[in-house]
Design a protein around this ligand. Structure first.
Ligand SMILES: [Zn+2]
Length: 199
């Protein structure tokens, strides 16, 4: 236990994903040793990211504009939407270069334990995007874990009533993992070999 603000910093760092108490302490002392200007810049960028970055009004991706870079790109295919849990999944899929359509970010996955149901996700917004008939195919690319599968099942049931082509990423992705951690080749293959479910 350290005095006041030092302990506060360690506690705050310890709240970050993947940072245990030992790492939190190590980072705190690194910051104490660091050049004041470096620390100021670091703090400023944290504040700036919170004030400037928000969610794209169309797809829910993180962006500093009203719409994200992918939604404003006229060269992309409007007829196909890939549904992912988080913005970072978009980056993972973009790296495979297998997909040239649009995205929809749910903002998480169905998890009864965490109290997250379909209403907490951007599913209503997804349905809104499917109304005018432009989109003819939906690819479901939720994480290959329990919550991701529950979310995929829910979406498949809902989307198969709309007469759209619905497919899901092929198995072969490491089960229980996050999409973002899958390597490009595996994710690319899962994309190519996606299983058609409806339509
Ligand atoms: Zn967008």
């Amino acid at each position: 236990m350290y005095d006041g603000v030092i302990q506060d910093l360690i506690d705050e760092l310890g709240q970050l994903p993947g940072i245990g108490p030992k790492s939190a302490q190590r980072i705190a002392f690194h910051l104490l040793d660091a050049d004041p200007d470096d620390v100021k810049r670091f703090a400023a960028v944290m504040v700036e990211v919170k004030s400037k970055v928000h969610f794209c009004e169309v797809c829910g991706n993180v962006t500093v504009d009203v719409q994200c870079r992918i939604c404003t790109d006229a060269r992309r295919d409007d007829s196909i939407i890939c549904v992912v849990e988080e913005s970072k999944d978009i980056i993972a899929i973009e790296r495979t270069r297998e997909f040239r359509g649009r995205y929809h970010v749910l903002g998480g996955a169905i998890s009864p334990i965490a109290g997250i149901g379909p209403d907490q996700l951007r599913i209503r917004e997804l349905l809104g995007r499917l109304q005018d008939g432009t989109v003819t195919e939906v690819i479901i690319a939720t994480d290959p874990n329990l919550e991701g599968e529950a979310t995929a099942t829910y979406l498949i049931r809902m989307l198969s009533t709309l007469g759209l082509k619905v497919s899901k990423l092929a198995s072969g992705l490491p089960v229980g993992a996050d999409l973002e951690y899958a390597d490009e080749l595996t994710l690319g293959r899962a994309f190519e070999g996606r299983t058609s479910i409806a339509g």
